[in-house]
Design a protein around this ligand. Structure first.
Ligand SMILES: Nc1ncnc2c1ncn2[C@@H]1O[C@H](COP(=O)(O)OP(=O)(O)O)[C@@H](O)[C@H]1O
Ligand SMILES: [Mg+2]
Length: 417
């Protein structure tokens, strides 16, 4: 088994971090917010022209195998690490560029990127709030978070995730510590880890000491292997694991352990939909959807966010745009148009039966664009029911378009004669 890095270290006192007051151009380092395997995250401030002070979070690339000199520059500790560090810098930059395109209220906003101190810095909007992980430990240490509350967090995160996936960016490290709840309860995905995984593929190629980055309990099995096929299903497994933690108070057993035990004939994951205590709190379709996301085999998991969300119960927020006296239509009419159309697209591609074997998923990467409804697989649940509201909307649009074209032709004929 390769060496696994499984979590951030506590390092507010790490002497290698930039000291408080350090100036990085216009930004002043205030304190360390976190230290993961690939760098420090600082809270920084910047003084605007009008005198106001704004806050931002700055991520400094500082992977294993480097150190900081007295002039604050970062240098690789030996020749073997030099190549790795060069590669990591390029990928860190590529990640910043890819993430900058992901402008979405539920994805941490990337403001800028620059190179300094022989390394890279990503400037992010600073969010006031709290890590979901910390919040859960206080509010629901034994699980049992209300279904509506969970859905109010999961739906916006899925929106953000779909947006990232459509740009070809996969998160790869979704867990409660990388979800931030802002003061006005907006959940935000932090810490996209493309650079981490790409860096690891480099190590593998070049025969360096192998190192995989995966958070036990949240990362699916494909993240434990170099050949693992990364896709929407990878992030959905982790989303399922986050919900598992909200419901049960702890994450599912590690995917590595599950795989190992399954080879002996017994998966150590206990299906939520079979647990009677949970069935009293959560709807059966919700529990089944979480079990689905947490399938070991990627072909048995939902292949796109849209497909998975179509099996989740409606969230309160989606159902709150009031349509008087019509509870039955409420769920359909309150879905935004894009979702209705996506629903159709999903139905269509499922029936065309595009399979994973036919798609290029040879390695992790930014910009591979290999998600979306085109990626479908056997899945455990039956195909989604076609959405009649979506269908009539499309038909309506076609009829309207045809009427406009016809009208223009008639006008043209009338004018000509
Ligand atoms: N944009 C941000 N706004 C506010 N806090 C942040 C922001 N980015 C990161 N943090 C805080 O710093 C911690 C570590 O950041 P993260 O990006 O997850 O890096 P890592 O896990 O590699 O240390 C987060 O859990 C969060 O508490
Ligand atoms: Mg993190």
């Amino acid at each position: 088994m390769p060496h696994l890095f499984t979590g951030a270290r506590d390092t507010h006192s790490d002497p290698r971090a930039l000291p408080r007051g350090t100036k990085l151009g216009q930004y002043k380092v205030e304190r360390v917010l976190g230290r993961g395997g690939f760098g420090f995250t600082y809270l920084a401030t910047s003084k605007e022209r009008d005198g106001t002070v704004s806050k931002m979070a700055i991520k400094e690339l500082f992977p294993d195998g480097v150190d900081r000199g007295s002039n604050q520059e970062i240098y690789p500790i030996n020749k073997a690490e030099a190549e790795m560090f060069e590669d990591a810098r390029n990928r860190f930059h590529a990640e910043a560029v890819a993430l900058k395109k992901c402008v979405h209220p539920n994805i941490v906003r990337i403001l800028d990127y620059f190179s300094w101190n022989n390394t890279g810095y990503i400037i992010m909007a600073y969010e006031e709030g709290e890590q979901l992980g910390k919040y859960l430990k206080k509010a629901f240490p034994n699980g049992g978070a209300p279904q509506e509350w969970i859905l109010d967090i999961i739906y916006p995160l899925l929106d953000g995730l779909s947006h990232a996936h459509n740009q070809g960016v996969f998160h790869r490290d979704i867990k409660p510590a990388n979800i931030f709840l802002t003061a006005n309860n907006r959940p935000v995905l932090l810490d996209f880890g493309a650079a981490k995984q790409l860096n690891q593929s480099h190590r593998h190629r070049r025969g360096h000491n192998s190192m995989l980055v995966v958070t036990e309990g949240y990362g699916p099995y494909e993240q434990y292997t170099y050949e693992g096929m990364i896709g929407a299903w990878t992030d959905l497994y982790a989303m399922g694991a986050v919900i598992h933690t909200m419901m049960v108070g702890r994450c599912p057993p590690s995917a590595y352990e599950r795989e190992y035990k399954a080879q002996g004939g017994r998966d150590s994951y206990e299906r939520l939909s079979k647990r009677s205590a949970l069935r009293q709190i959560y709807s059966q379709d919700f529990l089944a959807a979480v079990d689905w996301a947490l399938e070991r085999d990627i072909t048995r998991r939902p292949q796109s966010n849209e497909l998975w969300r179509s099996r989740l119960p409606q969230s309160r927020k989606l159902a709150t745009t009031v349509v008087p006296d019509s509870r039955t239509i409420l769920q359909k009419v309150t879905l935004p148009i894009t979702k209705l159309l996506t629903g159709r697209l999903t139905d269509y591609t499922r029936s065309t039966g595009t399979t994973m074997a036919g798609t290029a998923m040879t390695g992790p990467g930014i910009g591979m664009g290999m998600t979306g409804p085109g990626m479908t697989g056997p899945g455990e649940l039956p195909p989604p029911v076609p959405n009649p509201a979506g269908r009539s909307l499309v038909v309506g649009l076609i009829v309207l378009g045809a009427a406009i074209v016809l009208g223009s032709i008639i006008l043209l004929i009338v004018e000509t004669y």
